[in-house]
Design a protein around this ligand. Structure first.
Ligand SMILES: [Zn+2]
Length: 230
């Protein structure tokens, strides 16, 4: 019971009984209708946005449509947005990301961020525009970057990378993250995948499973409160 999936891509409206909260992220305008109706009922929250892999050939009115959806659902968050150096067209990625980050700041919404190898650009963007809270998903960044990001009310979500014993960077990131900032995620269509992730987190942090699970649940409640989500 009471597991949290802070970053997923669900295809169903109902959660397994073991999952208390799930935040399902969209990746592209064609995907928004899948998540836009989620307002927290049944523990499912939604986030609309344009993923950095999906910035090519966006409809001209994408930002306007996204803003309308956000205004019509006060509990809707913004995601999955971000920057990824392994994908083309960093110029467009930055433009699309900043437009969405500004929307998060002006509408007061939590932003769910994907960042691969573009940390300086992310920090530059955050120096100019700060949303009420951020979930950094798939955390595997350096302890120095975690410290730099803590200034911007960031929660750090950990997923399957920490289940890989060879992924030392992800393990170090988890150990470097303050306990009141950790979240768990499946980054999949099956929130039950967080059970193995949280188990692994308890092993790496050398703390009882029930305690880590409670910490993550309380952090998720704090995140929703920061985002003024009812
Ligand atoms: Zn994702």
């Amino acid at each position: 019971m009471n597991y949290v999936d802070a970053h997923c891509h669900l295809n169903v409206d109902e959660l397994p009984t073991d999952i208390a909260v799930a935040i399902t992220n969209a990746t592209h305008p064609a995907d928004w209708s899948r998540v836009a109706h989620h307002d927290g009922r049944g523990g499912v929250y939604g986030a609309v946005g344009v993923h950095p892999w999906r910035v090519a050939n966006l409809p001209d009115d994408w930002a306007e449509k996204m803003r309308e959806l956000l205004l019509s659902n006060p509990n809707l968050m913004i995601g999955e947005i971000g920057l990824d150096k392994n994908h083309p067209d960093m110029g467009t990625q930055v433009d699309v990301f900043i437009t969405q980050l500004q929307m998060a700041a002006t509408l007061g919404r939590v932003a769910h961020i994907h960042c691969v190898g573009a940390w300086d650009r992310l920090l530059d963007a955050l120096r100019a525009t700060v949303p009420p809270a951020i979930v950094l998903h798939g955390t595997a960044t350096s302890p120095e970057m975690i410290r730099a990001l803590l200034k911007y009310n960031v929660y750090f979500s950990f997923g399957r990378a920490i289940c890989n014993p060879a992924h030392a960077r992800a393990h170090k990131a988890l150990q470097a993250t303050p306990q009141n900032r950790i979240l768990s995620e499946s980054d999949s269509d099956n929130p039950m995948n967080v059970v193995g992730v949280v188990q692994k987190m308890s092993e790496i942090l050398n703390r009882p499973l029930a305690e880590i699970k409670n910490t993550i649940y309380n952090n998720a409640m704090g995140l929703l409160k920061n985002g003024q989500i009812a």
